[in-house]
Write a protein that binds this ligand. Structure first.
Ligand code: NAD
Ligand code: ZN
Ligand code: ZN
Length: 354
């Protein structure tokens, strides 16, 4: 079968021929319907030095996957060949306190996981291939009726990650509140919809690209702002008495955006850092504003993925997708890096699904 392998740090992946995976006991092989191209893959290609992570190349990219059950290992019950499934991407040990509640992102026995702090496409072979080996049945969620694997794929990360981040701030997102989404790309365009579908807050979207802001407006953003030195002041001006935003979700995480996030947050508000842009937000007694909570979040939990899939199956969450064949995956990543895509690029290996 074909697979898009990252063979070395600081390089682009290559499409190669590899043997089709065989399921061992408890394993499931999934035929890939869609594999999303995440900006984190660009960080994997360009930013990491050998030894920076507990794992490294070679491995197949693609940590945002959905498809159909293709082959079952011995002992797997309750799944049928041909059944559509989404893959829960963070693969932990499966039995520590965090994994037991489906929060495998924060597995506390990483040495007992299939790969420490990773998963398919993150140290192990991922879904930018015809087939994906999933090492445990618990990592698969049957798709609700009407949800296509090509659409479900981006929900498993671009949908799940902002959902987890936003959910933490739900108590603060009252009808009089303002939420800010910085970076309306793959994750951010889902964030705007999740805020609209699950809260009554006003939504401000911030990006450097007009195209991204246009999409945010279509998806229901109440105000869109070009990102720049005045953005925090503009956000404050939009809120009553200039009090600032109740929750800021930064899907870029670079210094200029974290500066905006810190300066725009209302007293007692939330700043959540999701983007891996290398910036920092200093926290002291008086800055950001009093009682602002600053947090980072990593991906999301398995129960939250079920909630995201449900929202999407009911039409309340619709990823904006551009599909590419596997042969064009490198071109898709180049377009993502150049800021030429809106929404999410999804690699679709099978010609009859595109
Ligand atoms: P993307 O490239 O699809 O979107 C990024 C968006 O940010 C683009 O629309 C871009 O125009 C915009 N942007 C860039 N600089 C900006 C600035 N200064 N101000 C405002 N907007 C700006 O990327 P993505 O796949 O949505 O990922 C976003 C970030 O989140 C990446 O750093 C990625 O690695 C990270 N990520 C984190 C997690 C997690 O669990 N924490 C999960 C997935 C992705
Ligand atoms: Zn990702
Ligand atoms: Zn664990």
């Amino acid at each position: 079968m074909r697979a898009l392998k990252l063979t070395a740090w600081k390089s682009e992946p290559e499409l190669v021929d590899v043997p089709e995976p065989e399921p061992g006991p408890g394993h499931v092989v999934v035929r890939i319907g869609g594999a999303g191209a995440c900006h984190s893959d660009l960080h994997l290609m360009h930013d990491f030095e050998p030894g920076a992570l507990p794992w490294g190349p070679p491995f197949t990219l693609g940590h945002e996957n959905a498809g159909w059950v293709h082959a079952l290992g011995s002992g797997v019950r309750g799944l049928e060949v041909g059944q559509p499934v989404a893959v829960y991407g963070p693969w932990g040990c499966g039995h520590c306190e965090r994994c037991a509640v489906g929060m495998e992102t924060y597995c506390e026995k990483p040495a007992e996981a299939p790969v420490p702090v990773g998963g398919g496409g993150l140290g192990l072979d991922g879904g930018m291939a015809d087939y994906l080996l999933v090492p445990a049945q618990r990592l698969l969620l049957p798709l609700p009726d009407g949800l296509d694997p090509v659409v479900a794929a981006p929900l498993t990360d671009a949908g799940l990650t902002p959902y987890h981040a936003i959910r933490r701030s739900w108590p603060k997102l009252t009808p009089t509140a303002t939420a800010v989404v910085i970076g309306v790309g793959g994750l951010g365009h889902m964030a705007v919809q999740i805020l609209k579908a699950t809260t009554s807050a006003r939504v401000v979207a911030v990006d450097t690209r007009e195209e991204a802001l246009k999409l945010a407006e279509t998806l229901g953003a109440d105000l869109t702002l070009l990102s720049g030195p005045d953005t925090a002041a503009e956000i404050r001006k939009y809120t009553p008495d200039g009090r600032g935003a109740d929750a800021v979700f930064d899907f870029v995480g670079a210094q200029p955006t974290l500066d905006i996030a810190g300066a725009a947050a209302r007293m007692m508000g939330d700043v959540t850092i999701v983007g891996i842009g290398g910036g920092g937000l200093p926290v002291s007694f008086s800055s950001p504003a009093y009682e602002v909570s600053v947090q980072s979040t990593y991906w999301g939990s398995r129960p939250e993925l079920a909630e995201v899939l449900d929202l999407a199956a009911r039409g309340m969450l619709v990823p904006e997708i551009t599909t590419f064949p596997l042969e064009d995956a490198v071109a898709a990543y180049r377009r993502l890096a150049a800021g030429e895509l809106t929404g999410r690029a999804v690699i679709v290996p099978s010609a009859d699904q595109r």
